[in-house]
Design a protein around this ligand. Structure first.
Ligand code: SF4
Ligand code: ZN
Ligand code: ZN
Length: 320
């Protein structure tokens, strides 16, 4: 920020945070964000001392920032940290997945966090590029399904009891707004900062759910964290054009009404979502192939169904 000075020390500011009435230099902003994330983790009981936390790192600014902040906290608070990256097999001439994985690994090494990379194609027989051609659904919906399933499995395989992801405030605000807009209550009910371990699922936490994209990007840049700047070649289809417009609407509103996003998401989490806890839950069954939960009366889960479509493991099902 030009001619703007840190409120704490008077040196040149790198960020202006109108909703907190703050301008901060690199050092004081980093301290401020680390303290804030630590407070969120404590307040929402995301992580405790004896936990083994798997952190999902894609190589982007949010997840790499999360890794660095969690590393610092793990040293002070005693929990164990393991990094996870999925090489999704997205290329399309861009080497997107290869680069993302390379940056995730670079950050695991920089932070000295032990880690596991899951190469989708090698472990499960297909990558997202192939699924895009074969699975008859939007590529980002397939990719989301794959990420949820594989992260869960990877977290368990490294002995973690908590899975942390880098969803930021802007993502959360868009989810809340599109939930209101479409009236999809089940989706809103599932939108949680902390999902407890239940129905065979691991506990999942979003420590950056009140941290904006501007804040994660600034943290990554001022701390010289290497992250991938390119976006996925499938990016225009994330959530579709409506969700893009909602994102712009929300971000413009934030400029007009500083603090809008934090209040929207915090009030949703604390005051509104609890009402959804009484909604009738999906009737969860057990997948015949992998044993993970399935929706309603399906015999196999969506991930195993996808695997079959992609040409793997169909004999297993027949045999059962
Ligand atoms: Fe996956 Fe879509 Fe995100 Fe690309 S943009 S990583 S395909 S969800
Ligand atoms: Zn300062
Ligand atoms: Zn399954």
């Amino acid at each position: 920020c030009e001619n703007v000075y840190c409120k704490k020390c008077g040196s040149k500011a790198v960020i202006r945070l109108p909703y907190a009435n703050l301008t901060l230099c690199a050092k004081h902003f980093s301290e401020w964000l680390e303290t804030r994330v630590e407070k969120v983790i404590k307040e929402y009981k995301m992580i405790s001392e004896k936990d083994v936390v798997a952190v999902a790192v894609s190589g982007g600014k949010d997840s790499t920032t999360l890794l660095h902040i969690l590393k610092g906290l793990s040293e002070r608070n005693g929990f164990d940290l393991v990094g996870i990256n999925i090489d999704l097999g997205i290329d399309n001439g861009t080497k997107y997945s290869a680069l993302s994985t390379e940056l995730a690994v670079k950050n695991f090494e920089l932070t000295h966090v032990r880690y596991k990379v899951i190469e989708l194609k090698r472990e499960y027989g297909f990558g997202i590029d192939e699924a895009k051609l074969k699975a008859r659904r939007p590529v980002c919906s397939t990719c989301g399904l794959v990420k949820r399933y594989v992260l869960e499995e990877a977290a368990e395989s490294v002995g973690a009891n908590v899975l942390a992801t880098g969803h930021n405030l802007n993502d959360m605000a868009v989810f809340v707004m599109s939930g209101y807009h479409t009236g999809d209550l089940q989706n809103l009910a599932r939108l949680r900062a902390v999902s407890p371990a239940e129905n065979g699922y691991i506990k999942k936490v979003k420590p950056l759910f009140l941290t904006s994209e501007k804040e994660t990007a600034t943290y990554a840049i001022v701390n010289k964290i290497p992250f991938i700047m390119d976006s996925c070649p499938n990016n225009p289809s994330v959530g579709g054009p409506t969700s893009d417009k909602l994102r712009r609407l929300i971000e413009n509103t934030e400029d007009e009404i500083p603090g809008f996003m934090v209040r929207l998401v915090e009030n949703f989490e604390n005051k509104i979502r609890p009402f959804f806890e009484d909604l009738p839950k999906f009737n969860l069954g057990k997948c015949k192939m992998c044993g993970k939960p399935t929706n309603n009366d399906r015999e196999i889960c969506s991930f195993c169904a996808l695997k079959i479509k992609m040409g793997g493991d169909s004999k297993d099902v027949v045999a059962k």
